[in-house]
Write a protein that binds this ligand. Structure first.
Ligand code: HSE
Length: 418
C-alpha cells in the first residue's frame, strides 16, 4: 500500500497528539517533523533523523504529500504554507489567525495549484464544524451563529461564577494551572474567538467576512458583581461569538461578553468546553458542543482532515471538491453602532430622590424600554447600585444614554442575548 506521506511543522501539544494518533493509522506515515528546538523533551519519541530545525526541509521535500502546519501565527507560517502549496503539497492547518487574516489569498493560491487546505482543528478544536457545514449542511441557508469559541475565557468566567471570585484572581489561578497563557491577551481580549468566528461565518454564510470588520471586546472588564447580578436576573455571562447575515448580505459579526439567559444552552457550556449554535433553513437550530482545545481533541480534527485527503489521494484529479472555498461574494459589514441589542447596565448613583426616575426618563427619551430594574437597598457611602436591563434598542442610543447619566457611574455595559 502506498502510504500518504506527511510532513509536520510544529511538535507542541497538538503536534504530539497528532503524532501519537497517526502511529495507530496504517495508510499514513509521518516522514519529517520540523521543530523549533531539537533538544526539547517531548511526550513522543521521534527518531532523530526524522526531526529537523528547518521547516523548508519539510515544505521543499519532494516525497511529502501533505504538510500539516501546527505552529500558529501569520509569519512565518504563511511562508511555509504558501511554499508548500507551490511545491504541490496539500495543507492541513490549525492556524485560525492565518485563516482569518489571509484566508482568501490562501484558498486562491491552493485553487490555483489544485491543492486543498483543510482546517477543521482551527475552529472549536475537536468539535466537527467545518466539514459538517461544507458537506451535510451544504443545502442550508445559514443565517445565524452563536458560539463559545474560546476555552480560556469560558474557564475564567465559569470559575468567577462558581467561586464568586474576581477576574484577576481567577486569571492568576488559571495561569498557574496552565489553562491560561503567561501572556493571555490573545484569549482574554477576544482575538482568538474573533479569528475563529471570521472564518466560521465566512464558511457558514458562503460570503467572505473580513476580520477588520469583526467587532471585538474581551472579558477583562467583567466584574464579579456583574456575574452575581446576572445570576439573580436569570443569566450567565459568557464570551459569545455572534454572526448574523440578512437577505441583503449584511453581516453583523462580533465577539463580546453577553448575558445569556439560563434557558439558552450556551449558558450551561462551562469551563473549557466550546459550543456552536447554528440557525438556518431547512435545518432549523442545532448545537454542537465539545472540547475546543487540547492535545487529543484537536488531534482528532487534524487527523480527520489528513484521512479525508488520504481517502481520495491518487484517485481523482480534483480532490474533495466540497471542502474547497469558492467565495464569489464579500459580506457587507454592519457597524456595531448600528446594531440592535438588549443591554445590562450596572450603575452606581447617589442615593437621591428621583434617581431611578431620571434613568427611566433618559431611556424613555431615547425610545428605550426597560425590561428589569433592580436596587437592593442603599450602600454605606449613601450610593445606590442600580441594575437595569433594557429591551432591544440601537447601540448608538444606549451610548447616548450613558453619556447623559451625569452624577452616576456606569460600572458595566454588557449586551444581553436572546
Ligand atoms: N486558546 C484557545 C482557547 C485554544 O483558549 O480556547 C486554541 O484556539
Amino acid at each position: 500500500m502506498n502510504k500518504l506521506r506527511i510532513g509536520l511543522i510544529g511538535l507542541g501539544t497538538v503536534g504530539c497528539g497528532v503524532y501519537k494518533t497517526l502511529e495507530h493509522i496504517d495508510n499514513v506515515e509521518i516522514v519529517k517533523v520540523a521543530v523549533k528546538n531539537l533538544n526539547k523533551q517531548r511526550s513522543v519519541d521521534v527518531p532523530a533523523e526524522m526531526l529537523t530545525g528547518d521547516p523548508y526541509e519539510v515544505v521543499n521535500n519532494p516525497s511529502i504529500d501533505v504538510v500539516v502546519e501546527l505552529i500558529g501565527g501569520v509569519n512565518p507560517a504563511w511562508d511555509y504554507i504558501s511554499t508548500a502549496i507551490k511545491n504541490g503539497k496539500h495543507i492541513v492547518t490549525a492556524n485560525k489567525e492565518l485563516l482569518a487574516k489571509k484566508g482568501e489569498e490562501l484558498f486562491n493560491l491552493a485553487e490555483e495549484h489544485n491543492r486543498v487546505c483543510l482546517y477543521e482543528a482551527a475552529i472549536a478544536g475537536g468539535i466537527p464544524i467545518i466539514m459538517p457545514i461544507k458537506t451535510i449542511l451544504a443545502g442550508n441557508k445559514i443565517n445565524k451563529i452563536q458560539a463559545i469559541l474560546n476555552g480560556t475565557t469560558n474557564y475564567i468566567l465559569t470559575k468567577m461564577d462558581a467561586d464568586g471570585a474576581s477576574y484577576e484572581d481567577v486569571l492568576k489561578e488559571a495561569q498557574q494551572l496552565g489553562y491560561a497563557e503567561t501572556d493571555p491577551t490573545g484569549d482574554v481580549e477576544g482575538f482568538d474567538a474573533m479569528y475563529k468566528i471570521t472564518t466560521l461565518a465566512t464558511i457558514a454564510f458562503n460570503s467572505r467576512v473580513k476580520v477588520e470588520n469583526v467587532y471585538r471586546e474581551g472579558i477583562t472588564k467583567i466584574r464579579k458583581e456583574d456575574i452575581l447580578r446576572a445570576n439573580e436576573l436569570g443569566f450567565k455571562i459568557k464570551l459569545i461569538a455572534n454572526a448574523t447575515i440578512d437577505e441583503n448580505n449584511n453581516a453583523d459579526v462580533r465577539v463580546h461578553p453577553m448575558l445569556v439567559p439560563k434557558n439558552n444552552m450556551l449558558a450551561h457550556i462551562d469551563y473549557v468546553t466550546n459550543s456552536v449554535a447554528i440557525t438556518g433553513h431547512p435545518i432549523g437550530h442545532i448545537v454542537l458542543s465539545g472540547p475546543g482545545a487540547g492535545e487529543f481533541p484537536t488531534a482528532s480534527s487534524v487527523v480527520g482532515d489528513i484521512l479525508a485527503i488520504a481517502r481520495e489521494f491518487n484517485t481523482t484529479d480534483y480532490l474533495l471538491p466540497m471542502m474547497r472555498c469558492h467565495h464569489h461574494s464579500t459580506a457587507n459589514p454592519v457597524k456595531i453602532e448600528d446594531t440592535y441589542n438588549k443591554y445590562y447596565l450596572s450603575i452606581t448613583a447617589p442615593n437621591a430622590i428621583g434617581v431611578i426616575a431620571k434613568i427611566g426618563t433618559i431611556c424613555a427619551n431615547k425610545d428605550i424600554s426597560l425590561s428589569s430594574i433592580l436596587q437592593k437597598g442603599v450602600e454605606a457611602d449613601n450610593t445606590a447600585e442600580i441594575t437595569v436591563i433594557t429591551e432591544m434598542c440601537l447601540e448608538k442610543k444606549i451610548r447616548e444614554v450613558v453619556s447623559e447619566l451625569d452624577n452616576c457611574t456606569v460600572n458595566s455595559i454588557i449586551r444581553v442575548a436572546n
